[in-house]
Design a binder for this molecule. Structure first.
Ligand code: GLU
Length: 452
């Protein structure tokens, strides 16, 4: 394959969420796998809804994920190009003026439906004479402009969906320019894809019908259409669409919640594919493994519980030096005497990195002593036999073996009161390591508090 050139084309009308990031990621992985280029196109022709803040935010989020682009440009800088394309299409008789108001169009739609016909635009605009147009404009109407579809079948082999065939006679001629002169996304996208030599258009399957029209526009503008890949949309763990929850699934929110970029990328690259969902530590591994052939036709299931599990797995596998440098960067933990030992102790009990603060609080700060009245006698005995001096990883077993013999307790009855008294928790890291981190003085003080 010649090196592909792909683009991710968000509109800066909000932050990006897991749905559109999946599209960005698939484009990026495909480009990198084949030594190609990934472009970032900012679809900001809608000047009212687009903001610089959102554009900056999108760039921050993509950078945070590691999805760097080879080039970026804004559609708002390119109106001259779109205007030139409009002139060409008009000159070729492929773009025609229409004057219906939204209400009139709605009425036409209803009439067609009530007569059992598909609600396809009737091309009334195409039949207007110059005089009729002039008198409509004299009424104060301004035209919107529709592209004249060929009426033939548009066919392509989609890299995800396989052979596609759209009967262009069964869809309305698309509006390319609104009455106020602003552009819908359809035409600028094609103009840019031609000029930037885009080889593959990779996007969500909500664009399949657009592709039928856009392929005809590519041809009308003298280009040939790129290859197309339309990926199934995401659904939630409950099988419902994600649209209502996308706000909380923005990359910005997930990063604030402490989710690691590679947990997000690993999940989004694998759901809905024939590969297993597993954590990868580098985007390059995901791109090696990427193939359109692996993407299924069914919606891809995005489950936040799975995301958090991947995040926990990523932390478990995190190289020790990275973990230690992150711990040292935390002002509350910068004076840990043995950060490696601390990390190895707690890493199996965190789901986001910031949970280290919670364990540091439990191990080195003040804890709330739970009610252990039932085990008071036992804990008094435990306190009396608590070893003195420096603790090692063997101290716990020496101490508890002795207690086992002296009290006849075993299993949960032996360990749980000690875990609760020493950490205030019912669950946590292995006690032999916890005891080392507590040290004699803190362990003694906590047992004393528990029996007081
Ligand atoms: N701005 C369009 C969107 O976000 C781009 C679609 C495309 O990739 O062509 O839906």
């Amino acid at each position: 394959m010649t090196s592909p050139i792909v683009r991710f084309a968000p509109s800066p009308t909000g932050r990006i969420h897991v749905g559109n990031v999946r599209t960005a990621l698939i484009n990026w992985l495909f480009a990198k796998k084949h030594g190609g280029k990934f472009l970032l196109r900012i679809d900001d022709t809608d000047r009212e809804r687009s903001t610089q803040d959102y554009e900056d935010g999108i760039k921050t989020d993509l950078n945070w994920l590691g999805l760097e682009w080879d080039d970026t440009f804004n559609q708002s800088d390119r109106f001259e190009k779109y205007d030139a394309a409009v002139e060409k299409l008009k000159a070729d008789g492929l773009l025609y003026a229409c004057y219906e108001t939204p209400d009139e169009l709605e009425r036409k739609r209803k009439i067609a439906l009530s007569r059992g016909r598909p609600p396809v635009y009737d091309r009334a605009g195409l039949a207007l004479t110059d005089d009729e147009k002039a008198s409509l404009e004299a009424e104060g109407r301004t035209p919107h402009w529709r592209f004249k579809l060929s009426g033939e079948r548009v066919e392509w082999t989609d890299l995800v969906r396989g052979p596609q065939s759209i009967d262009s006679a069964s869809v309305s001629d698309p509006i390319l320019v609104r009455g106020d002169g602003s552009y819908l996304y359809t035409l600028p996208s094609v103009v840019d894809d031609i000029e930037y030599n885009i080889t593959h258009v990779v996007r969500g399957e909500d664009h399949v019908t657009n592709s039928g029209a856009q392929i005809e526009i590519f041809k009308a503008l003298g280009g040939s259409a790129p290859d197309m890949a339309h990926t199934p949309l995401l659904i939630g763990a409950d099988g419902q669409g994600l649209s209502k929850r996308l706000g909380s699934l923005s990359i910005h929110e997930l990063s604030k919640d402490g989710v690691e970029p590679m947990a997000i990328a690993s999940l989004l690259a694998k759901i809905g594919t024939s590969d297993n969902v597993e954590i990868r530590s580098q985007l390059s591994e995901l791109s090696e493994e990427f193939s359109f052939d692996k993407i299924g036709r069914a919606p891809a299931r995005f489950d936040e519980t799975e995301l958090m599990k991947l995040n926990a797995n990523l932390l478990l596998d995190m190289p020790e030096d990275e973990a230690v440098s992150r711990l040292k960067a935390n002002p509350k933990l910068s004076d840990l005497s043995d950060p490696t030992f601390f990390w190895d102790t707690i890493k199996g009990n965190i789901s986001v990195f910031s949970d280290v603060d919670r364990w540091a609080g439990i191990l080195f700060g003040e804890i709330e002593t739970p009610d252990l009245a039932e085990d008071k006698d036992y804990l008094e005995q435990a306190l009396a036999s608590l070893p003195a001096g420096d603790y090692s990883e063997e101290t716990w077993s020496t101490w508890t073996s002795e207690l086992k013999v002296s009290t006849g307790r075993k299993g949960r009855g032996l360990f749980m009161p000690l875990r609760k008294a020493l950490t205030g928790e019912e669950r946590g890291p292995e006690m032999n390591r916890v005891l080392v981190l507590l040290g004699e003085a803190r362990a003694r003080a906590r047992l004393q508090a528990a029996v007081a």
